[in-house]
Design a protein around this ligand. Structure first.
Ligand code: ZN
Length: 142
């Protein structure tokens, strides 16, 4: 509804008041449900706090494995894509996977300034496959 420009200021106020009243009525209808949820929210908050208290002294939690949801800490082995998912050692890509990924990487999206020529990156991964084998999981210290 884009009739706002055809409304007088007074009509606009009335329409906004109508919407506010409808919103308030719905919030009032939802209030008992919110009240029912409150104890559960408190239980979840207590678990969140317990988890934080456990993790705080260690301070090096990086995240969770995209595949199995395992916790991954800074000194664990695994694989982490830049600005992407992280994997535990068991679910990290193989050297062959990494080579296939870079070979299919769109050349026009490759950041040559940061990573050097794409051909050199491909050659580097080919060398890793030659050294470690295509089926070997590439899990590095994170
Ligand atoms: Zn995993």
């Amino acid at each position: 509804m884009h009739e706002a420009k055809t409304l007088t200021r007074e009509q606009l106020r009335a329409e906004i008041d109508r919407i506010d009243a409808a919103r308030k009525a719905i919030e009032e209808q939802a209030a008992p449900i919110r009240a029912q949820l409150e104890p559960y929210k408190q239980k979840i908050a207590a678990l969140d706090e317990e988890e934080l208290n456990l993790l705080d002294p260690h301070g090096d939690l990086l995240g969770r494995c995209e595949s199995c949801n395992a916790l991954i800490f800074a000194d664990d082995k695994g694989w982490r894509y830049e600005e992407g998912p992280m994997f535990c050692a068991e679910h990290s890509p193989t050297y062959g996977d990494l080579l296939a990924e870079i070979k299919t990487f769109p050349a026009d999206e490759w950041d040559e300034e940061e990573y050097g020529p794409l051909s050199a990156a491909i050659a580097g991964r080919e060398a890793l496959v030659a050294d470690h084998g295509a089926d070997t999981i590439c899990a590095v210290e994170l």
